[in-house]
Design a protein around this ligand. Structure first.
Ligand SMILES: [Zn+2]
Length: 102
């Protein structure tokens, strides 16, 4: 009631999401938002695509774990297999660009 008890509000951090691959929490802007478009996992770089999103580290290991534990159908609430080939290529390109920059 004093208005000063909001110690759990952390305005210095953005919203957190859980990676569907390694299940670790990370800042939303560190994760790649994935949406399902016609049975395919599509990275939503601008965060503008409609529908349920899954959050994933832009890392092949996390993508592999997500595929292995069928995290995408669960996240999208849609049964079936999702094509991750194009997504994998993009993640590989992102991680390659990352290591080239360092
Ligand atoms: Zn991860």
């Amino acid at each position: 009631m004093s208005g000063r008890t909001h110690t759990d509000a952390r305005p210095e951090y953005g919203p957190e999401r859980t990676c569907v691959g390694c299940r670790e929490r990370a800042a939303k802007n560190e994760l790649l938002r994935i949406v399902a478009v016609e049975g395919e996992c599509v990275p939503d770089h601008r965060g503008t695509l409609p529908g349920r999103g899954a959050y994933l580290h832009p890392a092949v290991v996390c993508l592999d774990q997500a595929v292995r534990r069928r995290a995408f159908p669960r996240a999208f609430r849609v049964q079936g297999a999702f094509d991750t080939a194009a997504l994998r290529r993009q993640v590989e390109r992102m991680t390659a660009a990352d290591s080239a920059a360092t």
